[in-house]
Design a protein around this ligand. Sequence first.
Ligand SMILES: [Zn+2]
Length: 169
Amino acid sequence: MAILDIVTYPEEILLKPTKPIEKFDERLKKLAQDMIETMNAAPGVGLAANQVNVGLQIGVISLAEDRKTNSENKEYLTFANPKIIEGTNEVMSREGCLSLPNFCEEVPRFEKITVEFLDTNNKIQRMKLQGLPAIAFQHELDHLNGITLLNRISKLKVRLYKKELMKKG
Ligand SMILES: [Zn+2]
């Protein structure tokens, strides 16, 4: 295993969608292992492949229920080609990002999601996630689509701004 370099904004690889994979071969399984090690060293609760300069739809998250238990956590989820099938209960989530040093903002996320992805045994899995793992999954899915917290923030600000204008209007 190896700790990989994390790329930071505004590196171009963070700003464009990654490509789906055909299957997890030995090379991509090793990449996923290295991503888990890199995430833990950071420390963080999730990491997307383009954050380590690989433009493929692969992500890893910690399955710890909250940030307090994350340091003792040994359970992780590795996923490729992820989709959210269903999301319920929008909440505001205060998030940072390993690719945006010293940035922390609230963004809207689903509290509970049903997801579908390719697992490391090359099987399509469907799974329900909630709490921190659900938030982390949505954050990493954004990365894989070339979206960072900054996109989420600017949209929100635009929305609030329009609302404010309408009130004044
Ligand atoms: Zn991030």
